[in-house]
Design a protein around this ligand. Structure first.
Ligand code: PEP
Ligand code: MN
Length: 355
C-alpha cells in the first residue's frame, strides 16, 4: 500500500501517518519528491479498512493498494492453473467440459430422458436443481431430497458426475452425499455462513457470480471457501444485472480472460442464465469457448415449453446436440479438446440404457 501526500502536506501530517502505521505494527518508507511525499507501507496483517482510515488523515491525497485482497484465489501466489477433479472428471485442465441438464429436476422421466440425451451428445457433467432459489415463494421450489435421488439415478444410467445447488449451510452435508460438485447460486454468492460450510466440505464447488457482484467481490467470496479449507473452487460467469432489459442478464464475456489473468481457478460460462433466451445460448456459448472458458453449463429440457423453471432459456435435446457439434469446431480453432466422458463406464451404461 502507498499513501500519496498532498503537495501542501506538512511535516506533522507526514509524522501523523507514520504514527498511525506504527500503531498497526507497520513500517513507513518515506520518499520525498519535489512536489509531494509518498509513504510506502511495509508489513502485512493490517485491517481491511486501514486504507480508508489513512485516506481521511490531514494532508493525505490518496492511498493505493499494491497487493490484492484475495491471496489464495490470486494468480500472484499460485501461477499454475488449478485443476479440480469431480467424479473422475478434470475441470480446468486442457480439456473443455460441458455441464448440461434441466434447470430443475421435475420427474424421473424428465431427468432420465435429459441425462441420457445430453450424455449421448457428449456432455461431461449432469446439472439439475433439486433445491431451487426462486424469486417468488409461489414458484416451484424444487423436489428437494427426492430430486437428489433422481439425480443419482441419472448418474447411474449415464456415468456423468452431478452438479447441483445447495442453498443453506445445514443442507451441505446431505447435498454433498449426492453431488460431485456443489453449486453456489448467484443469490448466495455472499452467503458467508454457506461459503464457510462449503469450505469445510471435501466436495468441489462451483461459485456463481452474484447478480451485481464485481470481479473482486466474487474472488473474495472464493477466498472465503478456500480460507475455510476447500481449494477446489470453480468460478461461473452467469451474467450480471445492467440497465439492459432485452436480455435477462448481461453475460460478461470479458470476465473470462480477466479471471484467467487474476486467478488460477477454473472458469465456466453459463449462457443460459446469462441471456435468458434460447436463441442466444448457442452464440454466447461459442463466444465463451473462444474467449478461453474452461467449460459451459447449459440448461436443457426435453420439452422446454412445459418446464417448471427457466423454459425460455432451455435448449431442446436437439438444440443441445447441434450446439455440441458446432462447439467442437470452435474448440478446434482455439486448440482445445472437448473432454470425453470416461468412455468405458459411460458407453456401457448408455448401451444398457438403450436396450
Ligand atoms: C440455476 O443454475 O438454475 C440458477 C438458479 O442459477 P443462478 O444462481 O445463476 O441464477
Ligand atoms: Mn435455471
Amino acid at each position: 500500500m502507498i499513501a500519496v501526500m498532498q503537495p501542501g502536506a506538512t511535516a506533522e501530517d507526514i509524522e501523523h501517518v507514520v504514527e498511525v502505521l506504527r500503531l498497526h505494527n507497520l513500517k513507513a518508507q518515506i520518499s520525498k519528491g519535489e512536489q509531494r511525499t509518498v509513504i510506502g507501507v511495509i508489513g502485512t496483517g493490517f485491517p481491511d479498512d486501514l486504507l480508508e482510515s489513512l485516506e481521511v488523515l490531514p494532508g493525505v491525497d490518496r492511498v493505493t493498494r499494491i497487493t490484492r485482497p484475495y491471496k489464495l484465489a490470486s494468480r500472484d501466489f499460485r501461477p499454475l492453473d488449478t485443476v479440480v477433479t469431480a467424479g473422475g472428471q478434470r475441470i480446468g485442465g486442457p480439456e473443455f467440459v460441458v455441464m448440461a441438464g434441466p434447470c430443475s429436476v421435475e420427474s424421473r422421466e424428465q431427468l432420465v430422458q435429459t441425462a441420457t440425451g445430453v450424455a449421448a451428445s457428449g456432455a461431461t457433467l449432469l446439472r439439475g436443481g433439486a433445491f431451487k432459489p426462486r424469486t417468488s415463494p409461489y414458484a416451484f421450489q424444487g423436489l428437494g431430497t427426492d430430486g437428489l435421488d433422481l439425480l443419482e439415478e441419472g448418474r447411474a444410467q449415464t456415468g456423468l458426475p452431478i452438479i447441483t445447488e445447495v442453498m443453506e449451510p445445514g443442507q451441505v452435508e446431505r447435498v454433498a452425499q449426492t453431488a460431485d460438485v456443489l453449486q453456489i447460486g448467484a443469490r448466495n454468492m455472499q452467503n458467508f455462513p454457506l461459503l464457510k460450510e462449503i469450505g469445510r466440505s471435501d466436495k468441489p464447488c462451483m461459485l456463481k457470480r452474484g447478480l451485481s457482484a464485481t470481479i473482486e467481490e466474487w474472488l473474495m467470496a472464493a477466498e472465503y471457501v478456500m480460507h475455510a479449507g476447500n481449494p477446489n473452487v470453480i468460478l461461473c460467469e452467469r451474467g450480471i444485472r445492467t440497465f439492459e432489459t432485452a436480455t435477462r442478464n448481461t453475460l460478461d464475456l470479458s470476465a473470462i480472460p480477466l479471471i484467467k489473468r487474476l486467478s488460477h481457478l477454473p472458469i465456466i460460462a453459463d449462457p443460459s442464465h446469462g441471456t435468458g433466451h434460447r436463441y442466444l445460448v448457442q452464440p454466447m456459448a461459442l463466444a465463451a469457448a473462444a474467449a478461453g472458458a474452461d467449460g459451459l453449463i447449459i440448461e436443457v429440457h426435453p420439452q422446454p415449453e412445459t418446464a417448471l423453471s427457466d423454459g425460455p432459456q432451455s435448449l431442446t435435446l436437439e438444440g443441445f446436440a447441434e450446439l455440441m457439434a458446432t462447439l467442437e469446431q470452435v474448440l478446434a480453432a482455439v486448440g482445445r479438446p472437448l473432454a470425453r466422458p470416461r468412455a468405458s463406464a459411460t458407453s456401457e451404461r448408455l448401451a444398457v440404457a438403450a436396450v
